[in-house]
Design a protein. Structure first.
Length: 104
């Protein structure tokens, strides 16, 4: 059996299928909290990783600068994740796109 030959239409009508009958916006709004949780955990891990490298740098300027760069990049990445979410929500609300205004 090949994947392209499987009929998924009966899966969508199942009562156990979580996303059945939902729009793309509803599905994204369901998944977003998991993405934020993963982003928060990754931020924590990268901050610990960068802090650890600051501690073991031994005062060496190059190693200390690299460790500070890791912490800075972790914070910038976390900010980008949240700003992109809010930017999409605000633009969707301004343009009146259905499914993007669930939090306002």
């Amino acid at each position: 059996m090949k994947l392209a030959q499987i009929d998924f239409s009966n899966l969508e009508n199942s009562n156990n299928f979580r996303f059945a009958g939902q729009s793309l916006g509803d599905i994204i709004n369901t998944i977003i909290p998991y993405i934020f949780t993963a982003a928060g955990l990754l931020l924590l891990l990268y901050l610990i990783y960068g802090g650890y490298h600051m501690i073991i740098s031994g005062g060496e300027p190059k190693a200390l600068q690299e460790a500070k760069g890791k912490v800075t990049n972790a914070l910038i990445g976390f900010i980008i994740v949240f700003l992109s979410y809010w930017l999409v929500k605000i633009v969707g609300k301004i343009l009146g796109i259905e499914g993007f205004g669930g939090i306002f």
